[in-house]
Design a protein around this ligand. Sequence first.
Ligand SMILES: CC(C)(COP(=O)(O)OP(=O)(O)OC[C@H]1O[C@@H](n2cnc3c(N)ncnc32)[C@H](O)[C@@H]1OP(=O)(O)O)[C@@H](O)C(=O)NCCC(=O)NCCS
Length: 256
Amino acid sequence: MAETVVTKKDIVDGLKRVGLKTGANVIVHSSLSAFGRVDGGADSVVDALIETVGDSGTIVMPCFTYDWQPGQKFDWSKAQSTWTGKIPTTFGQRPGTKRGKHPLYDVSVRGPLADWVIKVNDYIPMGWGENKLYYQWKDKNGSVLLLGVDHNANSTIHICQELADVPYIANKKPMSQMTLAELMALPREKQEEIIELHMSTMETEKDFNLIEPILEAQKAIWKTTIGKAAIRYMYSKDVIEYGAAALKENPRLLIV
Ligand SMILES: CC(C)(COP(=O)(O)OP(=O)(O)OC[C@H]1O[C@@H](n2cnc3c(N)ncnc32)[C@H](O)[C@@H]1OP(=O)(O)O)[C@@H](O)C(=O)NCCC(=O)NCCS
């Protein structure tokens, strides 16, 4: 049987089906291979996203460079690709897309909110609490789109963990209260110590997909498929409100 090929039109149709609208503000996490074969590759996915939200919407894709070298300056001119995938890499290379310069949590972004996104993400204290991009995004009617990836790629769930103050993120706290500039001003050994603690909290064994039934019960998640890819769409305010409440009630909810 001939292989199914996903076209840009299939992607636009699927995005509309799942509820992505003109003017949407959306954080996208993605996997290109999850679609099956996409005609035109990552460019078609990026074109479909830009076409669907139009000029009045803002698209954010995390790069999360994680290139932390205390005492050294990261060379952003070399930051052409990102481990978060071919789609964010392609998106980041498009004229008109801006890239933040946070050494851990940098994002690519285009649209009317681009400068605001970079300002929030680059200059406020780090971590995942209330003053972070993924929290403030809810006040911009922000949404989250998962293209062929599950909730383990859904960074907004970290906000729920911090709001619920789950015990396993205790190590993150020193860094969450600090601006990037404050962290950089510390002696190198102290910086390394704080970053190491911060990273160690990422290793707790958990499955963010355990949040999905909670969103489904609230009718706060929309799903479709495009080619072979499962597509999920939700509003940040719902993920944060329902996710944090569920984690407050059961701090072990996401632990497997
Ligand atoms: C890590 C991750 C990006 C890997 O996904 P992936 O589909 O394997 O990789 P990409 O999205 O980069 O797509 C590239 C792959 O698509 C495939 N591909 C290439 N051309 C293609 C086409 N035209 N059509 C479909 N697939 C194609 C190839 O397998 C390619 O891999 P290769 O470059 O090693 O050959 C994904 O699993 C993920 O986690 N994404 C979310 C990241 C994120 O936002 N995280 C947030 C915090 S946790």
